[in-house]
Write a protein that binds this ligand. Structure first.
Ligand code: G6P
Length: 619
């Protein structure tokens, strides 16, 4: 949700900022801008629209400026127009900022500053930060304040202490042409440390082209970068030392590599990403699973009386699959809760309750708030997160990383299958310790290890699935129906279609159809059934007949070799067999492809669907 990037070094800043913004564009893409510092003056270029629109209004000649800040926006306060776009310059013209986050007390601060005679140009909460820093800077300058501390740094600290809410910030001051300040609370901020150059960014994607060395700022910390290097402090002016870490992913992981879209690349990466996620964790020989990140917590997990999964969006659907897995294999009572509901619901956390947050980005505001809420109530809180070092990964007591590399497509795909794989491993291991025999655990592990190869075979159906999408893409209402372990997959299939093709879709447990949604079925309405082998297969056949009898178009995901189903389906997708409890990692693949092809056929920008953002750092 908003990407920020800043550069200080020896090279021309403008092309580096633009390249960085393009890599962060998936975080937000409704307006963009940069500010450069040149001969003691700040020059700003900004516009509504994408980075490509910003490039149209840049001065090609600007190759001398070696310090600048940039922003790509996902609007919260104020429509996405040029005035509301970042960077924001304060009323004195000396301070420029780019901001990711939300300032909750901006209205109070703005009223106060207006009362002090400070003018405002935009509708944003972010402009308050620029003006607040400018206000402290100018008043201290006028009063001749001199306690030895750099005035720019002091003014930033005064302003940040007054802010309620979240921020990732990069800040320039025209009186300090060799200085860049970054600060963070609640929104991510990373400093890439190159040789004689620094890139400050909201995620590593904008940094790795230049360096793989980075420091990850924690909340209420700031970094001051100058000609002699950088130092880190808290916003309360206490000096702190930070370790330089190695950024784990590489450039080719975030490039398209011949695919038309990141989403398609990520769908096709799943055999490999799942192998990486499970590799080193499942041991087929001794029938055990090693989850290093939670090794110290396994005793408590094994004794858990109640597990709560909390997550948003696709991660919530993975949590639902996890609920079924953990209940089935380990017989632990589980609830899966939307993080946005859990956090405000006065949840019951008792002795033996363990909360597990699931998040691809590790930055989703509601999930983070749910983690904090659970911690306050004394729960042990674990994380299943993809982005290493992210806020949720650090806020939880321990966790399991997905290790699937960066996910750039806004619609989550490879993170979902990896979340389910991690939950499967967790359920098997807890099951082995509580409920199932070692032999049974070993059989499950063997089955799990075959999943990547089976996905490989499903991906070969991509063209066939595109034909199915083409035949139905003009229909504006779809149903997705599943039972048991495939019920969450039906929810996920509907979400994927909605997100990127803007077709209205509903996911349901198939048996619920008769309690209302069946009234929607009309001539030619597509209904996607996940009707693979399993205990509820016969019931599913009944549901198919009910929709067929009412003129619905039947699209079925079935198991290879199912001879009954062809007559009942208008379109059939057959996939390799698997035990019902591991099917979600397979059945979701055709639904991801169906949504992808439908969106492309409708001419949408699959990686940047309207109104959405990859990581939602607002509530
Ligand atoms: C956004 C994304 C979804 C994602 C959800 C949760 O809405 O568009 O794809 O599932 O956030 O994100 P997280 O990073 O916490 O998994």
């Amino acid at each position: 949700m908003c990407g920020i990037v800043a550069y200080l070094g020896k090279k021309a800043a403008q092309p580096i900022l633009i390249e960085g913004l393009k890599r962060l564009e998936y975080r937000g893409y409704d307006s963009a801008g940069i500010a450069l510092l040149d001969d003691g003056a700040i020059s700003v270029r900004k516009t509504s629209g994408r980075i490509s629109a910003l490039e149209q209004i840049l001065d090609e000649a600007r190759t001398d400026d070696t310090l600048g800040i940039g922003h790509t926006r996902w609007a919260t306060h104020g429509v996405p127009n040029t005035v509301n776009a970042h960077p924001h310059v304060d009323y004195s013209g000396k301070i420029a900022i780019v901001h990711n986050g939300i300032i909750e007390n901006y209205a109070t601060l703005r009223t106060w500053l207006r009362h002090e005679g400070v003018p405002f140009a935009s509708e944003t909460d972010s402009e308050v930060i620029a003006n607040l820093i400018g206000y402290f800077y100018l008043t201290a300058e006028e009063s001749g304040r001199s306690d030895g501390q750099n005035l720019f740094e002091w003014a930033v600290q005064q302003a940040l202490r007054k802010l309620h809410g979240t921020f990732g910030l990069a800040i320039l001051c025209s009186d300090f042409p060799g200085t860049l300040i970054g600060a963070k609370r609640g929104s991510p901020l990373i400093l890439g440390v190159g040789s004689s150059e620094y890139i400050l960014a909201s995620d590593a994607a904008a940094i790795i082209e230049h360096t793989t060395q980075a420091i990850y700022l924690a909340d209420n910390e700031m970094v001051l970068i100058g000609p002699e290097g950088f130092y880190t402090k808290t916003i309360d002016n206490i000096t702190i030392a930070k370790d330089v870490m190695q950024i784990e992913f590489s450039l080719d992981q975030i490039e398209l590599g011949g695919f038309q879209h990141h989403m398609l690349k990520e769908i096709f990466e799943q055999p490999e990403s799942l192998s990486t996620c499970m590799g080193g964790r499942i041991d087929k020989h001794d029938g055990k699973i090693k989850l290093g990140g939670i090794a110290d917590y396994l005793r408590e997990l094994t004794r858990a009386r109640h597990v709560i999964f909390t997550a948003c969006g696709t991660a919530f659907h993975a949590g639902l699959v996890g609920e079924f897995l953990l209940e089935h294999l380990a017989r632990i009572p589980v609830e899966t809760e939307y993080a946005s509901e859990f956090r405000y619901r006065n949840p019951i956390i008792e002795d033996g309750t363990i909360v597990i947050a699931i998040s691809q980005s590790g930055e989703t505001a509601d999930t983070l708030a749910a983690v904090e809420q659970a911690k306050e109530r004394g729960a042990m809180v674990l994380g299943i997160v993809n982005v290493v070092g992210s806020t949720i990964a650090r806020a939880t007591d321990a966790g399991i990383y997905l290790h699937v590399g960066p996910e750039i497509g806004v619609a989550s795909t490879k993170a979902f299958t990896a979340q389910v794989a991690v939950l499967s491993m967790l359920a098997i291991e807890l099951g082995r310790r509580r409920h199932i025999s070692s032999d049974e655990a070993a059989r499950h592990i063997e089955e799990l290890s075959q999943i990547p190869e089976k996905i490989e075979r499903i991906l070969e159906l991509s063209d066939h699935i595109r034909d199915i999408a083409a035949a139905n893409v003009d229909r504006e209402n779809w149903l997705f129906l599943g039972r048991g372990f495939n019920y969450p997959v039906a929810l996920e299939g509907a979400l994927k279609l909605k997100e990127i093709s803007y077709i209205h879709a509903e996911g349901l447990p198939a048996a619920e159809m008769k309690h209302g949604p069946i009234a929607l079925i009309a001539d030619g309405m597509p209904a996607v059934f996940i009707a693979t082998t399993g205990p509820q297969y016969d019931k599913m056949m009944g549901n198919i007949e009910e929709v067929r009898a009412r003129g619905g178009k039947i699209i079925v995901v079935a198991t290879e070799g199912d001879e009954n189903i062809a007559d009942r389906a208008d379109h059939l997708i057959t996939i390799p067999d698997a035990r019902e409890l591991f099917q979600p990692m397979l059945t979701v693949i055709p639904l991801q492809l169906l949504a992808y092809h439908a969106a492309v056929l409708r001419g949408h920008d699959v990686d940047k669907p309207r109104n959405l953002a990859k990581s939602v750092t607002v509530e």
